[in-house]
Design a protein around this ligand. Structure first.
Ligand code: SF4
Ligand code: MG
Length: 329
């Protein structure tokens, strides 16, 4: 993905705003075969829009998207058809993304029918196989998904995404709508499936806790821009952008025996892509902001092996101490 930009007009996503909204504003990254690249940011950061752009579910205003060597930026929907089988999506809300009038079998067969794959017996076998892979017994096949729990529905959503044997699966906050107790099960399922099937994930999340055990690399977005991209361990042990640090500080640390809290602590003060701050977009919230930050936009720049950061003061920040290891006040 190179220099991806998406503008929305006044009648688009942000109904109340009259100005053009730059939801994604010059984003570049690559996802290697077999890896998980996590794309993390608060709501309004442009991460879901980026996911939809990558799959060509919406059209980019600028930039290029290459998939397995093919430039798909301007490919017609017709020529995209064979590629669509290889790139699939798991949606955030398994309640909204599944048709309650269909049985599980009908839901899972649909992509095969749309793409004209297999006869009835083969489709049947593929559905049974997928139900097994996602940990739902075959006895669920003739049930309707409206009777399912959130976790079960998301298993159906994952099975549906895998029906066509994709290479790339874009997961848009696949556990955000689920009970905290179910989230780990679904994350573990996705990890197991990746190993078994050699899948590549672009994994969208709004908090870093979810991607900690899942991602190989993490890209952090803020108001339409990447602000940091790093290998997972570097990002968690040595975050170099003040916003990444803020997100890490917001990871809830449950007391033993208590259910984890789940509150996006920084979301309330988040900026809006409809009225972007000058200079560094993060400056109104940044504890390290100086005058330069208000006027000059920082560019992504190497900060360590495989780690890039967009911050004027990346070399001047205090050493990072994870809150979990800091003395309790
Ligand atoms: Fe903070 Fe300035 Fe760095 Fe932006 S460029 S993150 S305002 S220190
Ligand atoms: Mg979203």
């Amino acid at each position: 993905v190179e220099g991806l930009v998406k503008h929305f007009g006044s009648r688009g996503l942000f109904q109340r705003s009259r100005a053009t909204v730059r939801a994604v504003d010059g984003v570049s990254f690559s996802v290697q075969r077999g890896e998980t690249l996590a794309l993390v940011g608060e709501s309004g950061s442009g991460k879901s829009t980026t996911a939809r752009l990558v799959l060509r579910l919406i059209e980019a205003s600028e930039g290029r998207i290459r998939f397995q060597g093919t430039d798909i930026t301007a490919a017609s929907q017709r020529s995209l058809r064979p590629l669509r089988q290889r790139m699939q999506m798991v949606f955030q809300d398994p309640f909204a993304s599944l048709d309650p009038r269909l049985t599980v079998r009908q839901t899972l067969e649909e992509p095969l029918i749309v793409h004209g794959i297999g006869n009835a017996a083969e489709r049947r076998a593929r559905v049974d196989e997928l139900l097994g892979l996602v940990g739902l017994g075959q006895h669920h096949a003739d049930r309707y998904t409206h009777a399912f729990s959130g976790g079960q529905r998301q298993r159906v959503g994952i099975a549906r995404a895998l029906m066509l044997k994709p290479d790339l699966v874009v997961c848009d906050e696949p556990v955000s709508a689920l009970d905290v107790s179910i989230q780990a099960q679904v994350v573990n399922l996705l990890k197991d499936l990746q190993e078994q099937l050699g899948l590549t994930y672009l994994f969208i999340a709004h908090d870093l806790a979810v991607v900690k055990h899942m991602a190989d690399r993490v890209a952090v977005m803020y108001l339409g821009k990447l602000v940091e991209l790093a290998p997972r361990d570097a990002l968690f042990s040595n975050p170099r952008h003040p916003y990444t640090r803020m997100l890490l500080d917001a990871i809830p640390r449950p007391q033993p025996g208590q259910p984890p809290r789940h509150q996006p602590m920084v979301a309330a003060e988040a900026g809006s892509p409809a009225s972007l701050p000058t200079g560094c977009r993060f400056h109104p919230r940044c504890p390290f902001a100086v005058e330069r930050c208000r006027v000059e936009e920082p560019m992504l720049d190497e900060a360590g092996p495989g780690q890039v950061v967009a911050c004027h003061r990346k070399h001047e920040l205090p050493e990072w101490t994870p809150l979990a290891q800091a003395p309790q006040a």
